[in-house]
Write a protein that binds this ligand. Sequence first.
Ligand SMILES: [Fe+2]
Length: 379
Amino acid sequence: MFWLKTRIIEGKGSLEALSKEVQGYESVLILASKSMERHGFLKEAEDYIKETGAEVFSIPGVPAEPSVETIEEFLPKVREEFQPDLLVALGGGSVIDTTKALKVFYDAPELSFEEIAFIDRFSRPKPLPKLKTPIIAIPSTSGAGSEVSAAAVLKREGIKYNIVSPEIAPEVAILDPRLPGTMPREVARNSGLDVLVHGIEAYTTKVANPFSDAMAIKAIKTVFGRLPRSVEGDPEARAEVHYAATMAGIAFLNARLGLAHAMSHKAAWIGPHGLLNAIIIPYVMEFNAGKSEYARKRYAEIARELGLKGAQDLIGAVRELNEKLGIPKLSDLVDGETFMTRLDEMAEKAYRDGLIAFNPVEAKPEEIKELYLKAFYGK
Ligand SMILES: [Fe+2]
């Protein structure tokens, strides 16, 4: 089965579509990142909305880590003062995730966080009821895929929880390549490699289908062909990678992700998500290819799409791209002592991550530990 709830509007200057999309709404709340405020895009969005006669409220400077604490801070004002009938998320994956979670608690105040959020694949969260306030997501980075996905990651007291439901998938995504044009080089690189890992993992899960495959392959090809130039700041390449990020998001919305994401989530304290994925993916691919014929076959299919021969060539090409873009090893990001004291806990938690069930091989905690060590030493 393949589904997509989100209507997608793309093109340079497409932020303007807001003036049409907010027609009929009375009160619009924008959650925005600091950088979108600084670059003038928040003001531009507010102006498009004001033109329609709707009231507009903004919460600028939404913190980079979505958390329950942040949402609890916003909620009273949102409920009593703003009372929005439309939410707009303007920023990176974190801003979009914060908006999704805000929608849950705004639309369904009777729900408790414990009932609906979950930590791992052994938890049994309650399904969300119908929620009414629509979301327009306008991503400013090209990676997370949150503008089409049905998931939000949310911290409480430092622990990461997930909320997953079609109810929180945005109604509309606006992909205006001017916004990711503002990304610093490193963000463009890390989030672009996250797109690659989304594509590769979504293509190789146990639930991939021909439609998610099409999205995954196009995203993978785009990253291989265009990411180096996008990192250099080429606007055309940035735009292509921006669209590829959403395609990869559509792929994993349907086909889910695998072991590299399970591992990078639990290592989030070490560095940026996309960077961790880039470091980890070659080892996960070696592991999957070594143990599963299905994985080997799927990697070989991707390889052929790229004009390469087999699974090993693809792994080689991923390593080469990493090298070209200056991707370090884990030991360059974290000191050995700290890493080793947390290693067992990370491996155990990654094993309990929901994505393990979709990976072509169900890795054991011991095997995951070994993969972390390989990524640490870079061999
Ligand atoms: Fe990711």
